[in-house]
Ligand binder design. Structure first.
Ligand SMILES: [Zn+2]
Ligand SMILES: [Zn+2]
Length: 442
């Protein structure tokens, strides 16, 4: 029987032996970026790997998701390793798709490599014989909250209910048999260190705002029109004026964009569209800020005598890591890169759907500092694939071995001591409660 340390060493060797393959897959995904709910190639790539490794899986979950299971055959909790399938859309990124502008500007391509590396590490080392419970490999679509209009259409067609994949997986029951989850995002260097752990994220809701006016000749008879663009610009000024009321401790972020500003310059704009997120540290803070944002949108329409339709769509819930799971993960990371390379994160004003999962089960969501540039920017590139794919896969594999060895003692105790902020039912009720459509005509 292998000792814990021997098991880890064996599995790390397994990861190194199949390292070229895992890195090649990460690079192949990088060169074929696909935005959320359209990751068909990426999805079949991971499905093919599971087939080749003999890992039973289900695909087509939430359009493109894949879930594979490695079962020890002994009772015990299920630990999930998550990889995100989707790219971002960044026009001008050197590796963007010419037609869609899709680009891996958040490093999710490495997460698909990590799934393969973790599976190979466990499978090729014989460590499975020493573990209990199951490991779920979850390739989940649509982490990035983009293409709201397109996804809202999918929503209206009944193909999805939520715009991000983990919420959809939760709704479909794909996490019902999972007890805890780990995943690793890449990060750019912000301070010296290789692994960053801990920290919390803002949650957010999204708004699609449609100002309607009346078109008329912009030169000769603007008095006959109702200018929807003016309504929108007044509304945006009103949103900005709310900022002094946002409390520091709520970490509110509101960042609207105009996605349609009018048709022809010679006509008074009658159709203007705005999208925004309302982000905050707590659900209460988000709801309070969103009321102010809605009032602001109404004020622009009121001033101009225009109409405004505000569609509010569930976004992400705030994220918190499970401290026990994070600690275990940090110990494994330290074993690989040394204590001096560990960075402790604080609160961050970005958001992710791992936040949603963190409200119903223990999660660890560390970052591996392996990229350069700015996340979601034209210059974001993963520089060190060995670190990004293989070192992070080793840290996750070590954590799985800790959790599931000795009859899955640590996984059981983590599961038993965990008190979820929300049940699955309450989670779905909470995010469904955000969805609404309000129409005002002045
Ligand atoms: Zn990401
Ligand atoms: Zn991202």
């Amino acid at each position: 029987m292998l000792s814990l340390e021997e098991s880890k060493a064996e599995s790390y060797d397994g990861i190194d032996r199949s390292g070229d393959r895992a890195v090649r897959i990460a690079k192949e995904v990088f060169n074929n970026p696909e935005p959320g709910y359209r990751e068909y190639k990426t999805s079949s790539l991971i499905a093919n790997e599971f087939t080749e490794m003999g890992i039973p899986f289900e695909d087509g979950i939430a359009i493109t998701g894949v879930k594979g299971i490695m079962d020890t055959g002994r009772p015990g909790p299920t630990v999930a390793v998550i990889g995100e399938l989707d790219s971002h859309i960044v026009r001008g990124h050197p590796n963007s798709n010419q037609e869609t502008d899709a680009a891996h500007a958040c490093g999710h391509n490495t997460q698909i490599g990590m799934l393969v590396a973790v599976a190979k590490g466990i499978q090729s080392s014989g460590v499975m014989d020493t573990l209990s419970g199951r490991i779920a490999f979850m390739a989940v679509p649509a982490e990035e909250y983009i293409e709201i209009e397109y996804r809202n259409q999918l929503r209206k067609m009944g193909k999805i209910e939520f715009l991000v994949g983990k919420s959809e997986f939760i709704k479909l029951g794909k996490f019902d048999d999972v007890d805890m989850a780990i995943m690793t995002h890449t990060d750019e260097e912000r301070q010296s260190g290789k692994f960053s752990i801990g920290g919390t994220f803002n949650g957010m809701i999204a708004k699609l705002v449609h100002f309607t006016g009346t078109s008329a000749h912009a030169g000769s008879s603007p008095h006959l029109g109702v200018n929807a663009l003016n309504a929108a610009t007044i509304a945006l000024q009103a949103v900005h004026a709310q900022r002094e009321t946002f409390r520091e401790e709520d970490s509110i972020r509101v960042h609207p964009i105009i996605t349609r500003g009018g048709g022809a310059v010679s006509a008074v704009p009658d159709d203007v569209r705005v999208e925004t997120f309302v982000r905050g540290k707590t659900i209460e803070a988000i709801i309070s800020a969103a009321e102010k944002v809605d009032r602001s949108f109404k004020s622009g329409a009121l001033a101009m005598g225009a109409g405004v339709n505000i569609t509010t769509i569930p976004g992400y819930l705030p994220k918190s890591n499970d401290s026990d799971l994070e600690k275990l993960h940090a110990e494994n990371a330290i074993g690989l890169v040394g204590e001096g390379e560990l960075i402790q994160r604080g609160h961050e004003t970005g958001s992710s759907d791992i936040g949603d999962l963190s409200n119903i089960m223990p999660i660890a969501h560390p970052f591996i500092v392996s990229a350069s540039g700015k996340a979601h920017g034209v210059d974001y590139i993963v520089e060190d694939y060995e670190l990004a794919v293989l070192t992070s896969a080793k840290a996750m594999t070590g954590t799985i071995i800790d959790l599931l060895s000795n009859g899955a003692r640590k996984a059981y105790s983590l599961k038993e001591s965990y008190d979820p902020p929300l049940s699955k039912r309450d989670y779905l009720q909470t995010i469904r409660g955000f969805a609404r459509e309000d129409n005002f005509v002045f």
